[in-house]
Design a protein around this ligand. Structure first.
Ligand SMILES: [Zn+2]
Ligand SMILES: [Zn+2]
Length: 281
């Protein structure tokens, strides 16, 4: 789906490599020397050096699981997963986030896609493979263009982008400059990317016990007050009772809990510590 000319048609005709430390892909003409996303301050370096896999090697090592946690929403994940193990979601013909290694069977089950989007680079996963397979639009915020070189962004947008069927992308910034969330208005679900983070009940994967917000979860870096206010102003405008990150699908936490977490930090100071949901009720 090309909205314009491709002056250098071979730009993406280079092999893609999976970083086993973070689960992101980059195109390089041989096994890459390093992973830019791991070097970034929001991630960590591999403790024992780099490891990069081809798609064939990755598929042999990381089986893909596709299921439907809510009617009409497909979830793609790898078990075991490379790196941080983001999950991908497909709502109708829109994909938001992607797992690192989708199987050929999973892609066949998806069937067709009109749009592929993601909150931020940590959960692009194999977004490039969705574009290669389905020739779909790639709707990413330009704030993160520097991280999208394995893809071709076809539908850049600014504050918000309506995708149809009650699905709307909103720019949130914060964790990444171009960080975005997807609001599913009919279902009351906010796909919030890494804007929020949950710890789940080991007995019930749909029930969150704690909630936190952070600039860099693995490094324990808090958000700045302006970044917290950006999340707060956006979430206050959206109606949601469930919150799905790339790693959790919390059915018991929505706008009310998110605003209480953010208001608490704005009234005192920002931190990256998990707050029990019962303290936010
Ligand atoms: Zn990496
Ligand atoms: Zn992230």
């Amino acid at each position: 789906m090309s909205p314009g000319p491709l002056p250098f048609a071979g730009a993406l005709d280079i092999p893609a490599w999976l970083c086993e430390n973070c689960g992101s892909w980059q195109r390089w003409f041989e096994r890459p020397p390093a992973c830019p996303l791991c070097i970034d301050a929001r991630h960590v370096l591999p403790q024992d050096g780099w490891s990069f896999l081809t798609l064939e090697e990755a598929r042999a090592k990381y089986p893909c699981v596709l299921d439907e946690p809510e009617p009409g929403i497909l979830r793609l994940r790898n078990d075991p997963a490379p790196g941080i193990g983001p999950m991908g979601y497909v709502v109708g013909d829109v994909a938001f986030e992607c797992c690192a290694v989708p199987s050929a069977e999973a892609l066949e089950r998806i069937g067709r896609l009109r749009v592929a989007a993601a909150s931020h680079p940590h959960s692009y996963g194999a977004l490039h493979l969705l574009q290669d397979t389905f020739d779909c639009e790639v709707a990413l915020h330009p704030g993160d263009l520097q991280w999208s070189s394995a893809l071709r962004v076809t539908w850049p947008w600014d504050d918000r982008l309506e995708l149809g069927d009650g699905l709307t992308l909103h720019h949130s910034g914060g964790h990444f400059a171009g960080h975005a969330v997807l609001h599913d208005a009919p279902r009351g679900i906010l796909f919030c990317g890494d804007a929020l983070k949950f710890e789940l009940d080991p007995e019930d994967e749909r029930r969150a016990l704690t909630l936190s917000a952070h600039k860099a979860f693995v490094r324990g870096i808090p958000l700045s007050p302006a970044e917290l206010r950006g999340y707060r102003d956006l979430f206050a405008r959206l109606d949601f009772t469930q919150t799905w990150t790339p790693f959790e699908q919390a059915a018991n936490a929505g706008r009310r809990e998110a605003l209480q977490l953010l208001d608490g930090m704005l009234a005192t100071r920002s931190h990256a510590a998990p707050v029990p949901l019962e303290e936010l009720g």
